[in-house]
Design a binder for this molecule. Structure first.
Ligand code: FES
Length: 124
């Protein structure tokens, strides 16, 4: 799981460190937490994306073991429960029981080798 970080006020936004990402390979993911929310941090096409770790089919976590995620050889993220597959860049379900539904995006930026949750200062 990711490291917790104390929120830092930076002007009109609040930055919270979620997890280390400089060792996150393309086509892989890791879990992190933001308060009581479980997140999924994925690198795809060289870019970082973050989603709530919640499958839109039945609301179950997408990791098969804590912080461990499945990918197809084509790089789609797979829910271990009923096999829904997701485009890790768009979050859209491309096959399975929730076809067309989407993962819930989380605003992150990558800085200093880590993923940071970026929220307006009044949305913590
Ligand atoms: S809970 Fe994910 S496919 Fe059913």
């Amino acid at each position: 799981m990711g490291l917790f970080g104390a929120p830092r006020n930076e002007g009109r936004r609040t930055m919270t460190r979620l997890c280390q990402t400089d060792d996150l390979e393309d086509g892989s993911a890791r879990g992190a937490r933001a308060g009581d929310r479980e997140l999924l941090i994925v690198r795809t096409g060289g870019q970082l994306r973050a989603w709530l770790n919640v499958c839109p089919h039945q609301g179950r976590n997408l990791d098969f073991a804590p912080g461990e995620f499945l990918f197809t050889p084509r790089g789609l993220l797979v829910c271990p429960h009923h096999g829904a597959s997701f485009d890790p860049f768009s979050g859209r379900c491309t096959d399975g029981p929730c076809l067309g539904a989407g993962l819930t995006p989380v605003p992150v930026v990558e800085r200093d080798g880590a993923a940071w949750l970026e929220l307006p200062a009044d949305e913590r």
